[in-house]
Design a protein around this ligand. Structure first.
Ligand code: AMP
Length: 542
């Protein structure tokens, strides 16, 4: 017997319908790419998204077509997402920080028909256009007054293009499993793989993200995704904000410490989200200028491990709660978030800061296990390491064009490529990417633990630990440090900082000081580049 409830397909456009009906005047404030602040609201966003859908249809965009965006977080970028979603076409976010050849490669792989591009990236596209034959037109996300001269043949500014349709349009309806978005993961080997979100997975994921122990905004919050829309589906915020009715602040093109500080203050932001490197920049700016935060209550930090020192600074100095989150492009992307359970709620501040180094617990809809290489489950005792595997309705069950089939086990769990522990209370902690873990004498050393400790030294700006060849132990840890401006810590001072805090055999064999640590397109430390640079490094005593 079937239930007798309505068949109400989980379509992304229903989220915007809800926001426009229940929260029509809630604002969306953007620091525009052109410079000035721009304000709109959910009712207007919906109206212009309908207009965008109609204009896209006029161009001939249909169900299943892919359309690329190379753009910052702005209201126009949101309109394009929802416009495409309203036709059953697919928003393909391209990460502008990728190498140019990779940008062309993924646009070709996706067979994108149109490209919406911000002014910032126009020069890149002018260079690459000859290598992207599927693109029929480039639309520049600006108005006629700001449209620059361009070598692109039929490029047009967004506002003039949009004005060629009115907003008398109804969203198309289709199956909730229809593809909605496409985002490529930049694996370190081989070509990038496309993750294809569906309407259903996006809606379920936004609901998960809206629960109180996840991002959990309410309609009284103002949320600013510093995390770009091109990084892992904007961590769901382009859906979770309208789903909950939270006001939005979109930071546009300027993501440096001073700009973020100003936008947080001007926008009266209560919740924000980004990778740790962004917060390092903000904290450094606030420290140097002796600034305070007037409105911020909560900061979601993920995409890379959040060191205790960052959490401590936010919580103790600025009275802002940190939510350490872990996820992946393949997981829509939220997997876990480190909040308090009744079991941990009575911890004092130091205990809580220790706990928050962990990546936390999954919401309903994310099943998690750790296994050995043979696939046998490992104990959840907070000590046993294992390959972290996940399963759920907003987790990729495969990749675009059938790539990456070997990432799934016979029970349908996806192997995240991360190594983790899970403790008795269910808190997961990432110890490494499986390819970064250091194997010393057959035992594993967690580079993330060592990096987190290094960052807590007052003279250290950023730290990375890599394995370097050792004739006896196979690999030993080398600590790479970027000192804070004007500070000159020594090797011995840094190593003394580890005394009594780690097992003796985890102690880095040496310390090198460099000016800058390389980062990937999504703000992670580029360990491959560091390993290459230090591959012939001679450790002391070898
Ligand atoms: P991406 O798909 O680019 O977001 O990358 C996902 C990967 O980033 C994960 O598999 C982890 O290796 C890493 N990652 C994300 N969040 C965290 C975190 N909080 N701590 C440690 N690693 C993280």
């Amino acid at each position: 017997m079937l239930g007798s409830m309505m068949d109400w397909p989980l379509l992304c456009t229903k989220i915007l319908d809800h926001a426009a009906a229940q929260h029509p005047k809630r604002t969306i404030l953007t620091r525009s790419v052109e410079g000035p602040l721009h304000t709109t609201d959910y009712a207007t966003l919906r109206r212009r998204s309908l207009q965008c859908a109609k204009r896209l249809e006029k161009h001939g965009i249909r169900l299943g077509d892919r359309v690329a965006t190379l753009a910052w977080n702005t209201w126009r970028h949101m309109e394009v997402w929802y416009g495409l979603l309203g036709l059953g076409a697919i928003y393909h976010t391209v990460n502008p920080r990728l190498f140019h050849e990779q940008i062309a490669w993924i646009v070709n792989d996706a067979e994108d028909r149109l490209l919406f591009v911000d002014l910032t990236f126009l020069p890149v596209i002018e260079k690459l256009i000859g290598h992207m034959p599927t693109l029929e037109q480039v639309i520049v996300l600006t108005d006629a007054a700001h449209m620059p001269a361009t070598t692109l043949k039929n490029a047009v500014d967004y506002e003039s293009w949009l004005a060629e349709a009115d907003d008398d349009f109804a969203w198309k309806s289709f199956d909730e499993n229809t593809a909605a978005g496409l985002c490529y993961t930049s694996g370190t080997t081989g070509n990038p793989k496309g993750v294809v979100y569906s309407h259903r997975s996006n809606v379920i994921h936004a609901w998960q993200a809206a629960t109180p122990d996840m991002i959990g905004p309410s309609c009284r919050d103002v949320i600013m995704p510093v995390v770009p829309m091109f990084h892992a589906n904007c961590w769901s915020i382009a859906f979770t904000a309208p789903l909950t009715g939270a006001a939005l602040v979109l930071p546009g093109a300027r993501l440096d410490g001073p700009a973020i500080y100003e936008t947080l203050e001007v926008g009266k932001v209560s919740i924000t989200a980004a990778v740790p490197t962004v917060w390092l920049m903000l904290l450094q700016h606030m420290e140097s200028k002796n600034l305070r935060l007037s409105h911020l209550k909560r900061v979601v930090i993920g995409g890379a491990a959040c060191p205790r020192a960052i959490t401590e600074k936010f919580e103790k100095t600025y009275d802002v709660r940190v939510a350490h989150a872990w996820g992946m492009t393949e997981m829509s992307p939220l997997g876990t978030l480190c909040g308090l359970k009744p079991e941990t709620a009575s911890l004092d501040i130091e205990g809580r800061l220790d706990l928050q180094v962990k990546q936390g617990v999954p919401p309903f809809g994310v099943e998690m296990k750790i296994t050995d290489d043979a696939g046998n489950e490992r104990p959840q005792d907070g000590r046993a390491f294992g390959r972290l595997k996940v399963r759920g309705p907003a987790i990729a069950g495969g990749y675009f064009k059938g790539m990456g089939k070997d990432a799934f086990d016979p029970d349908g769990f996806f192997d995240t490529g991360d190594v983790a522990t899970i403790d008795a209370d269910g808190y997961m902690q990432i110890t490494d990417r499986s390819k970064d873990v250091i194997k010393s004498g057959g035992e594993w050393i967690s580079t993330i633990d060592l990096e987190n400790l290094a960052i807590s030294h007052p003279d250290v700006m950023e730290a990375a630990v890599i394995g370097v060849h050792h004739p006896k132990w196979d690999e030993r840890p080398l600590l790479v440090i970027v000192p804070k401006a004007g500070r000159t810590p020594t090797r011995d001072e840094i190593l003394a900082h580890y005394e009594g805090r780690i097992a003796k055999w985890w102690m880095p064999d040496d310390v090198v000081f460099i000016e800058e640590i390389p980062h990937t397109a999504t703000g992670k430390i580029q360990k491959m580049t560091l390993r290459e640079r230090f591959k012939d490094y001679k450790l002391p005593g070898v």
